[in-house]
Design a protein around this ligand. Structure first.
Ligand code: FES
Length: 80
């Protein structure tokens, strides 16, 4: 779905930009090599960023558990 009509930026591009480290709408525009025109998409882009970061924070306990399990596997004796 197109989020920014002026610059034809879709959700996929914005998500890729977020995955690449963009944390503000301005950083998303910059990473995509565009400048906003009307700026009406800015709140929606920021909301996408906020939601993506919130999802990652919610996954942290699970990631922590997975890391601990992997660490325990590495510490267990390996078959010869
Ligand atoms: S809709 Fe994105 S700059 Fe206008």
């Amino acid at each position: 779905m197109i989020v920014c009509i002026c610059r034809a930026i879709n959700e996929k591009k914005i998500n890729a930009s977020i995955d690449g480290g963009a944390r503000t709408a301005k950083q998303v525009y910059h990473s995509l090599g565009v400048k906003p025109k009307c700026g009406k998409c800015r709140p929606e882009i920021q909301e996408m960023i906020d939601n993506a970061l919130q999802e990652r924070v919610q996954r942290l306990p699970f990631l922590h558990q997975e890391i601990l399990q992997a660490h325990e596997l590495l510490k267990s004796p390996q078959p010869a």
